[in-house]
Design a protein around this ligand. Structure first.
Ligand code: ZN
Length: 133
């Protein structure tokens, strides 16, 4: 079963909680046991799983700024001026896979699925693939 979620981002860099939308897709699929794969076809955004807490969201963006700062003479900036966005997307990854048990995503209490915009604002889409086992 496949599904596409559209996401409209509103700033250059932001984290958007998509947990409830993924849960709804799993519910609608009727799959009780299996896997949920969440992927994006874009090269300047990411999907991560972690706690959705305001301070931590700020810290994640601070970490990205520290690890992959602007103004580093990136080669890609000569043609597209967004090397930082690509490099950060590589660091965070473009997919997550979550088990499904008893019709529910297997996530811990503090785990949320976060879409990370790294070169917004843009119209984005993510693919949800639900496999029954
Ligand atoms: Zn680029």
């Amino acid at each position: 079963m496949g599904n596409v979620l559209d996401i409209q981002t509103t700033t250059r860099t932001e984290l958007i909680d998509i947990t409830e939308r993924i849960r709804a897709a799993v519910r609608d699929s009727g799959v009780k046991e299996g896997l949920c794969a969440i992927t994006t076809r874009h090269t300047t955004c990411s999907i991560i799983i972690n706690e959705n807490e305001r301070g931590l969201r700020t810290d994640i963006l601070g970490m990205l700024e520290k690890l992959i700062p602007h103004d580093q003479n990136y080669a890609h900036d000569q043609i597209d001026n967004n090397a930082v966005s690509h490099l950060r997307a590589i660091l965070l990854g473009m997919s997550e896979i979550i088990p499904i048990e008893d019709g529910h995503l297997v996530l811990g209490k503090w785990q949320s699925i976060l879409f990370v915009e790294l070169d917004g604002p843009r119209n984005r889409s993510i693919n949800i693939k639900i496999l029954e086992s």
